[in-house]
Design a protein around this ligand. Sequence first.
Ligand SMILES: *Cc1c(COP(=O)(O)O)cnc(C)c1O
Length: 633
Amino acid sequence: METILNQAVNTPNDLYGIENWGMDLVSVLPDGDLALANPIAPDMPHVSLPQIVSDLRERGIAAPVLLRVSQFLEHGIQSINGCFERAISRVGYKGVYRGVFPIKVNQQAQVIDRIVEFGRPYSYGLEAGSKPELVIALAHKLAREALIVCNGVKDAEFIRLAILSRRLGFNTVIVLESPKELETVIEVVEELGEEPLLGVRVKLTNRITGKWAESSGDRSTFGMNTDQLVAVLDKLRDSGLLHCLKLQHSHLGSQVPDVNDVRRATTEACRYFAELKAEGVELTHLDLGGGLGVDYTGEKSAAVNSINYSMAEYCDNVVETVAYAMDEAGLDHPTLVTESGRAVVATSSMLIFDVLEATLYDAPTAPKPETDDHHLISDLAAVAGYLTPVRLQECMNDASFYREELRALFRRGYINLRQMARSERIYLHLMSQIKALAAKEDQPAEVQEALDQLADIYHCNFSLFQSLPDVWAIDQLHPVVPLQRLNEHPDRRAILSDITCDSDGKIDKFILGDGPAASMPVHSLREGETYYLGVLFVGAYQETLGDLHNLFGDTNVATIELRPDGGFDLLHEQEGDTISEVMSYVEYDPRDCVAAFRKLVDEAISAGNLKSADRKTLMAAYRDSINGYTYYE
Ligand SMILES: *Cc1c(COP(=O)(O)O)cnc(C)c1O
């Protein structure tokens, strides 16, 4: 079988890097279907993803669809709590772990509800960074020991709710972000005559590497420096509230790439903890914030979108470092708190969409130059005559030279439309011959770059801005993989473009088995067969940061549970936005729009431009659209 890929002999696992980044959550079935494993019961048969997609489609849940896998989320919660429990017993740490999930990472009710449920046996709590998030947190029944940690800027209303919630048994901690915030706290405490649980956010001076380096160190926008900290301690003591201060908080930023950054920051946090204790503060909880990363690329290195440590290693490092520092300072081991969001939910959902059509940058056949054609057209066609592996680069250079010359001739009127079309086809056919030849062995970087420029464009049914905002905004890499035909060697390379009219709406960086790439292997589209692609590990941040570019709304969402018999149960479905819904987000009243359209129709009938009988057809078409899905149906 002819193939244009470098990795022609590789299995799909190697080609797409599934074994590197898959975390044993996905696999390839013998029939070529991508499949989901159940991490809670790894021996269970893997469930075919194309089967799930076609079943959902029969139930009326069409692509694009965000698929949440209940067991993936459960596994995330079990992993973080289990890894800390194991580290604690291995190190002989004399405190417990009480993690909290930061709501901002995925605020969807279906997700938070399950996190609370799966987390209850571990007394897992919630972190709220704003008033609305606190309101969400307080609508859940948490375990008696679980914490609600309140970060972010707080007004009196926020503080009042946090203090009053303690009457219901919530362990709501108000983390002071600034000396000014403390003034508001003191006012509310006086007004209510009730005591708060307080925390204090310290700004560590250690800077992390990676994308979120800015959110660490001196210039971090959150937390207090030593000077402010001392002012807060004095004021707390003066107002008789020092004994309410129980928790010390610091947050390094997200996706910390290097485990040694974690160790250094933890050591620094422990120094503050020991100093605060020496000041007479009755601290019991040490909160190290978020930052635990996800190895999206499977490279296992401190590279972009990768990390050089496992979750277990992170937990071991934190527990060991704190135990050592506390023993050194002669202090009891505090309760450990972390606010890992990304590492808990990223793997729990995936975006699945269909390819609508392909733009190919090659041609299977080419016409012969005609006798009266310009000699440059024959020159271009003649390149095929000396195309060999060693002269590949020369042939590419020649072909692009002739093509540019021919385009210039066309612009000046020396060759006509049909001649230009003929030369384009000859060029594109030459490119398909070059691609086939290039696929047989590794090419120099320059050739590979030129070949990437010739990759197909697969036009896909999704909006990058709505569903993968970090891919657009910060070049986040997620694994992207076809859901089917993985037993067939992909014969094309493509980049993906979305359905918005924005030229930024594309994915042109991929993670493959042998590292990052500017195009991905795909299969030729077949008539009458839907080709699905999946973007994996989109559970963190993507849903909440998405926007309404071109008014593409929320996609359909399905939450499923994998069944032991290889099937699945649909636990919940959420229909994507209709056009009338997205219209109302931008303050159009859909009913007014229907009325306005009807008025235009009636005016056209009065003016004699439209037959009365057309009214029904036009109104039905408008109504059908307004009630429909914003994506391609
Ligand atoms: C965003 C945030 C987190 C979550 O960070 P992850 O990197 O997703 O774990 C935790 N704590 C605070 C204060 C945050 O702002």
